[in-house]
Design a protein around this ligand. Structure first.
Ligand SMILES: C[S@@+](CC[C@H](N)C(=O)[O-])C[C@H]1O[C@@H](n2cnc3c(N)ncnc32)[C@H](O)[C@@H]1O
Length: 325
C-alpha cells in the first residue's frame, strides 16, 4: 500500500491541480478490506484519494462526486487510467442517494468524505477563497450557485455577520469585525476583505494563530457553500447506501464539521437506543454501525511538516452492520 500511496501523493502534487491528498495511508487502511464493489468518493477534488484506492484495488469501481467544475475536470484527467471503472458526477454530495439511483446502483462497499476545500480552490485567486491573494469576493465551490461571499458581506445585518464569523470561524472578535465590514461596504475583493478584517482585530489578537483574516475567510466560505447544512443529510444517505460490511471514512478540518460527524457515527453505533449509556440496552434498538476506532485519528507529524493544510484533519471511520439481503 505504501508505495502506491507515495506515488499517488507525488502525482497529485505534480499535477496542475496541486492538492496533496490528506492521510492517504490511513484512508488506504480503512478501505483495505474493500476489494470489490463500488466506492463513492463524495468529495472527489483532484482525485488523489480516488486514484490511490483504484490503483490498490483492481476490481473496485468508483463513483466520484464534486460540485466544483474545476475539480471535475482535474479528477477526470487524473482518473483517466481507470476510466472503465469510474463514473464522475458534478453534484452536491447531499444528492448521493439520488445519484446512485440514477446510476442504477443499490448498495455500495464504501463512502469517503474529505470535507472542505482543496488547495487548488484555495490557491487560485480568481476563486475568491484566498486571504493571501487579491481576487473577486466569490468563494462558491459550485459556480452555478447564486450567492457569493460578496452577497453575504454586503447584504447581511451586522448581527448576522457576527453570528457567521463566530459559529463557523470560532472568531472571538466577531462583533468588531462585523461592525468594521458594515462600515467599509461595499467590499468587492478578497484583498479588501482581508484588510478590513485584519484592521478590526486588536494588535494583541493579531500576534497569534497565523493570519488574523484566516478564521473570517473560513467562516464565510462555510456559510456561502452551506457546508454544515448539507453534511448531516449526506452522512445519513451514505450510511443508508452502505452494504453490510461496507465502510465509511470522513476527514473533517473544522470543529463544527467534526462534531456533526462524531454525533452521526455515535447515533449509528447506538441505533437510536434510548437506554442510559451505562446500562445494557433493553429498548430493542439495532446498532447500524460499528466504529473502527474511538475518537478521531490525526495526521502524523511528518505529514503535517510536509503539508501544513493537513494539520487540522480529523479522521473518523465506521463499518455498516447487518446481514446482506
Ligand atoms: C479537500 S477536497 C478533496 C480532495 C480529494 N480527496 C483529493 O484527494 O484530491 C474537497 C472537495 O470536495 C468538494 N466539496 C466540498 N463540499 C461539497 C459538497 N457539499 N458537495 C460536493 N462536493 C463538495 C470541493 O469542491 C472539493 O473539490
Amino acid at each position: 500500500m505504501e508505495p502506491v500511496a507515495s506515488t499517488v501523493r507525488e502525482m497529485a502534487e505534480d499535477s496542475s491541480f496541486g492538492h496533496a491528498p490528506v492521510m492517504l495511508t490511513e484512508i488506504g487502511e480503512v478501505f483495505a478490506p474493500i476489494v470489490a464493489g463500488t466506492l463513492v468518493d463524495a468529495t472527489l477534488g483532484g482525485g488523489g484519494h480516488a486514484s490511490s484506492l483504484l490503483a490498490a484495488h483492481p476490481a473496485l469501481h468508483l463513483v466520484g462526486l464534486d460540485q466544483d467544475d474545476a475539480a471535475i475536470a482535474a479528477a477526470t484527467e487524473q482518473l483517466a487510467p481507470f476510466a472503465d471503472r469510474v463514473r464522475i458526477v458534478r453534484t452536491r454530495f447531499d444528492r448521493l442517494s439520488a445519484t446512485l439511483s440514477d446510476l442504477g446502483i443499490d448498495k455500495v462497499a464504501g463512502v469517503l468524505f474529505d470535507l472542505g476545500v482543496s488547495s487548488a480552490q484555495l490557491d487560485r485567486a480568481d476563486r475568491g477563497f484566498s486571504y493571501r491573494a487579491d481576487g473577486p469576493l466569490d468563494m462558491r465551490m459550485d459556480r452555478r450557485a447564486e450567492r457569493t461571499a460578496a452577497d453575504l458581506v454586503n447584504g447581511l445585518e451586522a448581527g448576522e455577520l457576527a453570528d457567521v464569523l463566530r459559529r463557523f470561524g470560532d472568531e472571538r472578535f466577531a462583533d468588531r469585525i462585523a461592525r468594521a465590514l458594515v462600515a467599509a461596504r461595499p467590499i468587492t475583493s478578497t484583498g479588501q476583505l482581508a484588510d478590513v478584517v485584519r484592521g478590526a482585530i486588536p494588535a494583541a489578537g493579531r500576534r497569534r494563530g497565523g493570519d488574523p483574516a484566516k478564521r473570517s475567510f473560513q467562516a464565510l466560505r462555510i456559510a456561502v457553500n452551506d457546508e454544515l447544512v448539507v453534511l448531516g443529510d449526506a452522512l445519513d444517505q451514505a450510511i443508508d447506501a452502505l452494504a453490510p460490511g461496507g465502510r465509511l471514512a470522513v476527514l473533517a478540518y473544522h470543529s463544527g464539521e467534526d462534531r456533526i460527524v462524531k454525533a452521526r457515527l455515535r447515533a449509528g453505533e447506538r441505533g437510536g437506543c434510548t437506554c442510559p449509556p451505562q446500562l445494557p440496552c433493553v429498548c430493542g434498538a439495532e446498532p447500524e454501525l460499528t466504529l473502527l476506532w474511538r475518537g478521531a485519528h490525526t495526521p502524523t507529524a511528518g505529514e503535517v511538516a510536509d503539508n501544513r493544510r493537513a494539520a487540522s484533519a480529523r479522521l473518523r471511520a465506521a463499518e455498516r452492520l447487518g446481514v446482506a439481503a
